[in-house]
Design a binder for this molecule. Sequence first.
Ligand SMILES: Cc1ncc(COP(=O)(O)O)c(C=O)c1O
Length: 401
Amino acid sequence: MSALDKMNEALRNLSGGLIGENTKADVGDAMAAFGGEDYDMMAWADPFMPDFSMKPKMVEKLCELIKAPAAAHYTAPVGNSELKQAIARKLKRKNDLEVNANSNIIITPGSDAGLFFAMAPFLGKGDEVLIPCPSYPNNFQNCEIMGAVPVKVPLKAENGYQLEIAEFESRLTEKTKMVVLTHPNNPTTTVFNEKSLNDLRDFIVKNDLVLIVDQAFEDHIYDGRKFITPASLEGLWERTVSVFSVSKGFGLSGLRVGYNVAPTQLMDKYYASAVAIVGAASTIAQQAVIEAFEDPQYMDEFYAAFERRRRVVCEILSEVPDIKVDMPESGFLLWIDVGRLGGGAEVSRVLAQQAHVIVNDGAGYGAPEGIRIVIGVYRDDERVYAAMRKVAACLTELAKR
Ligand SMILES: Cc1ncc(COP(=O)(O)O)c(C=O)c1O
């Protein structure tokens, strides 16, 4: 038996792009496209990537921080307490959550680590996890790595991708332990409405489940939609772990800072295991992001760019036959059902080969009929629009075939 054969099955079946084929956006060939001048890389959800986008005052702050003695040293695994105070103020202001900074918040090295950390203590072999679908690939993969079973709960375009509790109920078994919700959703950008979240709350409480909510995209919500933080709903706080990030909202993905919020009883266990599971986030990154939390205008430039782009991009795609493009409800992603044009795998392959635009195949999101396009990349609006015109031309050709 080789060492590989001793690995857990879920990990053994993955490919990291070193051996064999890989179609994921974060390793292998797709990654190499970043370096290719004649490619437009629209498959990474990172504001303005790969262009320079850090605010001058953040640059100054980081330069100042790196000269201090603390820069070379650990911050406690549970996080910088000044940052946690700033986050507690933000949670009150924006999320309707009144929390204790010293017992309800833990800083993570980004929300991917935060999401894994949030799920891990609850899941073991055979536990079932209800996951609205399409949604973020890690929701499914994390379950599999933990030996749990991701159970896909379909979201439907005709219902605006909102939650339908009958679909959850019909998949409930005695092994169901958790619901994982990406809110707003990636890739559909759906902001789950009051009815969806109240119904979900009733379902979770009635069936004694745990809720993990990933709010990485909570910062850009359009058209006056109300954004509700599920943990603020009566009955959910005690059984919810909320996962947050500074990557999308502040455009600071390179600093690797996220944070999880949970009731004290659960947080005690996260504090106890933090050093073993996630280590600690960067000392200077934690100090630097305090600046962003305390500046309400920090996000304005990102927000204005994404708001402008979603309108122009939808306009560019509006003439393409056989697809219906819905205006993003949040963030800087675009989700398109290309089922009638050959499906996500085929369409993303053709876009890469013929338009030289790299997008995500929906299969990773549990929805092989779709593609995801990140319209928040690059500083230059015109570069994004030019790429989208190539996408529109290519999709129109596909529709004619
Ligand atoms: C829904 C969602 N959650 C979490 C993350 C991870 O973000 P980070 O680890 O940079 O905080 C991403 C990144 O794409 C995401 O799309």
